[in-house]
Design a protein around this ligand. Sequence first.
Ligand code: AMP
Length: 586
Amino acid sequence: MRWQTIEKSPGADALAPNLADYERTRAGFSWAEARGELDGLPGGRGLNIAHEAVDHHAAGTRRDHLALRWLGANGEVRDFSYGRLAELSNRFANVLQALKVGKGEGVFALTGRIPELYVAALGTLKNGSLFCPLFSAFGPEPVHARMSIGEARVLVTTPALYRSRVAGLRERLPRLEHVLLVGGGAAAQDVPGTRDLDSLMAGASAEFVIPPTDPEDWALLHFTSGTTGRPKGAIHVHAAVLVHHLTGRYALDLHPEDVFWCTADPGWVTGTSYGIIAPLTNGVTSIVDEEEFEPERWYGILQDQKVTVWYTAPTAIRMLMKYGDELARHYDLSRLRFLASVGEPLNPEAVVWGAEAFGHPFHDNWWQTETGGIMISNYAAMAVKPGSMGKPLPGVEAAVVRRREDGGIDTLAPGEQGELALRPGWPSMFRGYLHEEARYEKCFAGGWYLTGDLARCDEDGYFWFVGRADDLIKSSGHLIGPFEVESVLMEHPAVAEAGVIGKPDPMAGEVVKAFVALKPGIDPDEALRRELLGFARKRLGAVAPRELDFQPSLPKTRSGKIMRRLLKARELGLPEGDLSTLEAEK
Ligand code: AMP
């Protein structure tokens, strides 16, 4: 079915879109000039994300403007003005100073969406240390792998998460010196090897001067998955703030009086770039909800908080669609002005449903951990082609390419399918994978950064997502590396081989499915299947497989690599493709 383009009529919106003339802005754009939109540290001492996000506003007319409203799971509401956020993040930076945590050193957070997470992020950036948020639904194994690769020196967490995810593995984290527990009151005071963050904060000064920060100083570490090997820690620098800020204006169309709600968790890059940084640099009010998705709660937030700009993800949109427009109509959603989505393919039905249920289409946009910010987007003033990711941000050159045998790159014509590539040079591009130079270098060829996604571009310059070029799995917006899941399954004494794929799912996009071959003499049965699922769940948390099948042996290449592609084709009843490298199956 062909979906009709959703045209935008100029002047229909009460507010003029920030990017009113895409082509003209794009033609005249330069990053050097755009830099003028940022404040910079006083006295020409450089560029620091936290200064742009809070101190800059706290020192000006927006000091008392509501920066962050936190909605607790239990109904509690806590408000933080720009001035208050500046003061709290100063305190956290002073706590780090007192602990002698310096520039570039890893400060990790493993918490739910609580105010302390936001304060810790900003305070760490002020101190020039490297902030790494971890997803609290991860089990102990993914937490350990990331803290060990990232050489975490400080961890901010809660007593419950510490006990269930970290305490048992602490000996295997020799670099982890300080564990700061949040909100535990008395409970936080009796956990051996930890300190109570609340008392450290209370004793710290509320004044802090951000030290000189080079735009190339490391700021954020975000882990992403690979098809092979351990998770990769993508390094981002303070210069990235220009992209956060500008995409907040261009792609999310933020205006000063907006109330913005990004539903992502900071454990995923979207929840940091757009759940913390972009709304604050743009001086708007940002809503943070501690709870997980629940349709009535979400509609209630949109209504009661008078959300004007909403940035969410396809899985949530599909779940809301399931409840129908009827539920949406019970709420006054008239304040909503701009809707955006990211993280997985957004079906055209969902774009159109947005227009029907909310009076505005969802604007899909595309980016990834490595790009640090939105790269391709449907903009407020531009016609939306349902199903398309939109057009490259001004300042970003995107193309669909094919790698030649000789290592060169061919750019493909409109309509042809290939790998999505970006010309390096935008400020929020990752500067490396921590300790993984070779994996970093493999991302580049012929002057392009290769994204690992397959796409095509149409005659009008809109990009369309086709799929992943590798075996990575996208489940409810989380990018999951099959290797990490397979490695945990292999630790079970009954397992000889494990192969993991993403199985299409109408709600989550994909779910993780595992195939397991057992050791000789062990027979598969339902009890063992459940045991293996539970074993994986306990260690991996949210990224564990949902389904598991036994097979006598798994298809492998002659070099011994499990052919996930073939497992997937067989699971889906699709053609098996080129089997020339398949080892004879037993
Ligand atoms: P992550 O690094 O975890 O944010 O995942 C990035 C990956 O998510 C991309 O490489 C894509 O495969 C997928 N992705 C992100 N945004 C979109 C989108 N708008 N449409 C389709 N896939 C997307």
